[in-house]
Design a protein around this ligand. Structure first.
Ligand code: NAP
Length: 251
């Protein structure tokens, strides 16, 4: 099958699909033939992603990934709209609330863990339950971790902890879901240009860019292409893996 149609027959749920890396993943998946459910707490962002997609049967949906009821509603809406559960899921919704450890508040710690880690748990569990209940064979769950979950980063005690948790969650999900033919992998981006990193001071971005062996910051499409590979049958023997997409940063 032609590479650009690797995802034909796939229904992909992409959380955080209304911005940055999630939007690039939606575009890439649609180009490869997938139907895409674009889910985000930013409804306008999700609608904008939808307008930019290649023609096909796609849907923008609202979700708060940190709320179990909202996630259950999302999965039910996908079932009603497409008459089947998503067989690919990318957990891309994420937030930062950066502050040094000595100044980090309990509220900021909880808020970041709620979206990045609990949100990944809730969506992974709900999607896997729906897939298993449907009796469908196979599936691929792709979680967005971060290289800072492995190496830490100044000012990101909450964020780096949440992303380390995502990687451990993915490995456990991979072990438990393998018997159902569902794979689960983590993508670890380095520093990627997006609204999230627009908040980072330019001098900090310049410092990291200078440290990247491949000589530049990442683009959302660099991550989207790896997600398309992990969503496709080309990665059929890969589960529980963490793929660094960093341009070689911190190797
Ligand atoms: P982004 O542009 O800020 O996109 C994140 C999206 O998630 C936004 O639309 C955001 O909506 C949405 N979101 C936030 N909280 C949510 C919730 N509770 N429920 C549903 N959606 C929610 O960030 P990005 O750079 O594309 O990052 C995407 C993922 O990659 C994140 O998990 C991030 O941690 C990870 N990552 C990014 C980088 C990087 O350098 N950019 C590096 C490593 C990992 P609002 O805008 O309304 O908050």
């Amino acid at each position: 099958m032609a590479a650009h149609l690797r995802l034909r027959g796939t229904l992909a749920l992409v959380t955080g699909g209304g911005s940055g890396i999630g939007r690039a993943i939606c575009a890439r998946f649609a180009r490869e033939g997938a139907q895409v459910a674009i889910a985000d707490c930013d409804e306008a962002g999700a609608a904008q992603t939808l307008r930019g997609l290649q023609a096909g049967d796609h849907q923008a949906l609202r979700v708060d990934v940190g709320c179990a009821k909202s996630v259950a509603d999302l999965v039910a809406q996908i079932q009603a709209r497409f008459s089947r559960p998503a067989n690919v899921c990318v957990n891309c919704a994420g937030i930062t609330m950066d502050e040094f450890l000595l100044k980090q508040t309990e509220e900021a710690f909880d808020a970041v863990l709620r979206v990045n880690l609990k949100g990944t748990f809730l969506v992974t569990q709900a999607v896997a339950k729906a897939l298993v209940a449907s009796g469908a064979s196979g599936g691929s769950i792709i979680n967005l971790g971060s290289i800072v979950g492995k190496v830490g980063n100044l000012g990101q005690v909450n964020y780096s902890a949440s992303k380390a948790g995502v990687e451990a969650l993915s490995k456990t999900a991979a072990k438990e879901l393998a018997r159902y033919g569902i794979r689960c992998n983590t993508v670890l981006p380095g520093f990627v240009r997006s609204p999230m990193t627009d908040k980072v001071p330019q001098k900090v971005l310049d410092k990291f860019a200078a440290m990247v062996p491949l000589g530049r910051l990442g683009e959302p499409e660099d991550v989207a292409e790896v997600c398309a590979f992990l969503a496709s049958d080309d990665s059929r023997y890969i589960t529980g893996a963490s793929l660094e997409v960093t341009g070689g940063l911190f190797i």
